[in-house]
Design a protein around this ligand. Structure first.
Ligand SMILES: [Zn+2]
Length: 313
């Protein structure tokens, strides 16, 4: 019997999802308190400018350019003292920095576009979208964790933005990543999809929910599916994960095997939840469904879970 782990395909499923193309070398072992200052003095440094959940994109050659040199970023009133070092690209250090000027004061040549639209519309390449997700998550965490949660004193950014230190009680705080289970419950013939109350018209997706403290991924998948749809799951298997910077989640995609058929949807959470046959889901993926029902767009991990099931035996 051979050990199969190393026969895995070169492109694992997580590499296909949106925000997965980050090529930055994080060099986490080299992060120091002066990392950002050193990067700011380096002429090869490039940075992303963000404000209010939006990325500041330069119009360039009929497309968009998200990268700024340090000097070039000055008119946007960057908060360099609150900048984070994402790591190093082949060209040099990469930072994410909060811009001081809001979208209304931007020049004609720069557009402020929300992260979701940037990635849904494919406005920047995969590597830049991955860097944006990393920077967006870190800047959002700093913005909402300015004060020590132990003693209430104002904390200070350290280690290039990967830590906050409380000068009063000495506690160190580390950036959060919130795990969310997203699961496609399926048999050979059909899969379970639900419609959240805030979804775009006609869209159905895999069910999802936050993993709670003390829970395994599998237990969370079973609990959420039972709570939201009244479906008990047997086997649960992991498929892929996705960084999701809204504000700092990690989507963990799984498949679940249903033990019962009768759905009891939680109508506080869902507007509708039902079984779909494989052929119908294929039409939803291809945007050719007669009732204009659709799955989430490419880039979302739900899309890839659903696609992987449709394309399976
Ligand atoms: Zn403290």
């Amino acid at each position: 019997m051979s050990f199969r782990l190393f026969d895995a395909p070169l492109r694992e499923p997580s590499q296909f999802v949106g925000f997965a193309g980050n090529t930055i070398d994080r060099q986490s072992e080299n992060r120091a308190d002066d990392s950002v200052d050193k990067a700011l003095a380096d002429p090869t440094t490039r940075l992303l400018l963000m404000n209010g959940g939006r990325l500041y994109l330069k119009l360039a050659d009929g497309g968009f350019d998200p990268w700024y040199r340090v000097a070039e970023s000055q008119p946007f009133e960057p908060s360099f003292d609150q900048g984070v070092l994402l790591g190093f690209s082949e060209q040099g250090p990469v930072l994410a920095v909060l811009a001081g000027i809001d979208a209304e004061r931007l020049p004609e040549t720069v557009k402020a576009i929300d992260y979701r639209s940037v990635y849904m519309q494919g406005l920047i390449d995969e590597a830049a979208a991955g860097a944006m997700a990393q920077g967006a998550a870190l800047l959002a965490w700093h913005a909402s964790h300015r004060f020590c949660s132990k003693c209430g004193s104002e904390s200070q950014m350290r280690a290039g933005g990967y830590k906050r230190h409380c000068p009063n009680c000495g506690t160190e705080h580390f950036p959060r990543t919130d795990p969310v289970a997203i699961m496609l419950t399926a048999t050979r013939e059909k899969c379970l999809l639900g419609r959240g109350r805030h979804f775009a018209p006609g869209m159905y997706s895999a069910l999802a929910g936050f993993i709670e403290p003390g829970e395994t991924i599998e237990a969370a998948v079973r609990r959420e599916t039972l709570e939201e749809a009244g479906i008990r799951l047997g086997r649960v298997v992991y498929h892929a994960s996705q960084p999701w910077p809204f504000p700092y989640s990690l989507m963990i995609g799984c498949f679940g095997e249903p033990l019962n058929e009768d759905i009891q949807a939680d109508l506080n959470e869902l507007e509708d939840c039902r079984w779909f046959l494989r052929d119908e889901v294929r039409l939803m993926l291809d945007r050719t469904h007669p009732d204009t029902l659709v799955t989430p767009p490419k880039g979302a991990i739900a899309h890839y879970l659903i696609r992987a099931w449709v394309d399976s035996e």
